[in-house]
Design a protein around this ligand. Structure first.
Ligand SMILES: Nc1nc2c(c(=O)[nH]1)N[C@H]1C(S)=C(S)[C@@H](COP(=O)(O)OP(=O)(O)OC[C@H]3O[C@@H](n4cnc5c(N)ncnc54)[C@H](O)[C@@H]3O)O[C@H]1N2
Ligand code: MOO
Length: 459
């Protein structure tokens, strides 16, 4: 297990130059993303497809609107019949029909006649095909008719209307045969509404990946259960499942597995069939009981490395194989809670975004000026917890939150961004400008002074 850790401890491990022989963050990210792509497209019910990326051309079979319909409650008339109408000289017409929305039986309009229509109802066509373009709807307020009750026998129209007024034309929104959506579009509630309007009950999308999260460590106990001496509650699996779900995955956790490689392999074997990605935490550093390393390093399919970053140095990436011979990607994250979370941001979230078909992999970032400085480690990219605020002058400023310890979970909650400190910086001085990854939902920090404006740059 891990050696005692604190601000004074070398995160690179005793006796080695920080970062020596380590991979850069970008190199490890490239390994994590190697061969990754959207999952094979699946047809899902519309409401399960929210936020997913479309994998088909959507072509309208029928036009939208499907028929010429009224946009007002009122009376369908022939415009020339009411051309001279005025307050003192209404045009009086025979009411020859009543058409609520959904009606199939719509009378034809002859000169001198009107048909009561409701919003969304089909409008009548003219008896004389040459006069069809003259059909218009006079809203009920412009007549002497009551707004409720049965239709009158005759209606007095007090204003003229232009031909076609208040008529929604068939196909004016979408023509039959028109391609309305293309593969690659992310389905918003508006997209789903359009699909439903077109009569679609399901849609072909790249589905959400199924992520299995598993903590390891004999000291790790299920939240809600009492702790014995030296034990702690498992926070990593909850935080990571939530982070995966927030990123769009279908994530679940199982109870933490003790430091027993055989038991870990057994649990993995029994759970793999329903996972597209496995995340483990703990058991990957330099101690005597590194269960994940011991269980997974043997056949070489999972590579354990040090990444020149802090926190999150010890990492592993590779493949497991389920009972049906299907390869399942596995990322083994370090056990310290802050390290596990920062590893999620650096590697897992970009991977999930690739799998979900997203193009922007990194968090939105802003450039911010350091107010209270901190130290970093030579040769390591530091992703430091900071609180980002935007002053009245519009300048984004950041200050360090708490200490550098990777166990400080309450400070992690206070942070709104991760400041990216380059490898060659050992002292982050006030006044320095740093790129900061925004951690809030949609990347917006909950900072006073209004949200920062994210730039398009990625980590
Ligand atoms: N001799 C060395 N010791 C350590 C090194 C090193 O290079 N040489 N690296 C340190 C760094 S950096 C990290 S990060 C950790 C990573 O260690 P492991 O991945 O093996 O994780 P554990 O030892 O199992 O746990 C570390 C720490 O986190 C706590 N923990 C573990 N799992 C959970 C969980 N699910 N929820 C909450 N907390 C958890 C655990 O009790 C330990 O305190 O290694 C350093 N050591
Ligand atoms: O510094 Mo470790 O890398 O705490 O994650």
């Amino acid at each position: 297990m891990a050696a005692p850790e604190g601000p004074a401890a070398s995160p690179g491990g005793a006796g080695r130059a920080p970062g020596a022989g380590a991979r850069s963050l970008e190199e490890h990210l490239a390994v994590v993303l190697e061969g990754a792509g959207p999952l094979p497209a699946r047809r899902l019910p519309l409401l399960e497809a929210l936020d997913l990326v479309l994998a088909e051309d959507v072509v309208a079979v029928e036009p939208l609107p499907r028929f010429d319909g009224s946009s007002m409650d009122g009376y369908a008339v022939l415009a020339p019949d009411v051309a001279g109408a005025g307050e003192g000289s209404p045009a009086v017409l025979d009411v020859v029909g009543d058409v609520p929305a959904g009606a199939a039986d719509v009378p034809r309009l002859r000169p001198g006649a009107a048909v009561r229509v409701m919003t969304g109802a089909p409008v009548p066509v003219a008896e004389d095909p040459a006069a069809t373009a003259d059909v218009a709807v006079v809203q009920v307020e412009w007549t002497d008719a009551a707004q409720t009750g049965p239709p009158p026998e005759r209606v007095a129209v007090r204003r003229p209307v232009a031909a076609g007024r208040n008529v929604r034309r068939a196909g004016e929104d979408v023509a039959a045969g028109e391609r309305v959506l293309r593969p690659g579009e992310r389905l918003s509630p508006r997209h789903l509404g359009l699909l439903a309007s077109l009569g679609r009950a399901d849609v072909l999308v790249h589905p959400r990946p199924r992520v299995l999260v598993l903590s390891t460590g004999s000291e790790v106990v299920e939240p809600g259960e009492p702790l014995g001496p030296g034990q702690i509650h498992d926070s990593n699996s909850t935080a990571l499942v939530a982070a995966c779900r927030e990123a769009g995955a279908l994530a679940r956790r199982v109870r933490a597995v003790e430091d027993d490689p055989a038991r870990l392999l057994a649990v993995l074997r029994s759970e793999l069939a329903t996972a597209d990605l496995v995340l483990t935490t703990g058991g990957v550093s330099a101690g005597a009981y590194e269960v994940v390393k011991e269980a997974l390093a043997a056949d070489g399919a999972v590579e354990f490395v040090r990444v020149a970053m802090q926190p999150g140095g010890p990492q592993g990436a590779g493949w497991l194989v389920d009972g049906a011979g299907r390869p399942v990607r596995v990322l083994t994250l370090p056990g310290n809670p802050v390290s596990a979370y920062v590893s999620f941001e650096a590697f897992v979230r970009p991977l999930l975004r690739v799998v979900l078909g997203e193009e922007q992999l990194g968090r939105p970032v802003v450039e911010a000026v350091v107010e209270r400085g901190w130290t970093s480690v030579a040769g390591k990219r530091q992703l430091y917890r900071v609180r980002l605020e935007r002053g009245e002058d519009g300048v984004a400023r950041v200050g360090a939150i708490g200490g550098p310890g990777s166990h400080l979970v309450a400070d992690l909650v206070t942070a709104t961004a991760l400041a990216v400190v380059p490898e060659d910086v050992v002292a982050v001085e006030p006044g320095t400008t740093l790129t900061c990854m925004l951690l809030g939902r949609g990347g917006q920090p909950s900072a006073p002074g209004g949200p920062a404006s994210p730039s398009a740059t990625t980590l």
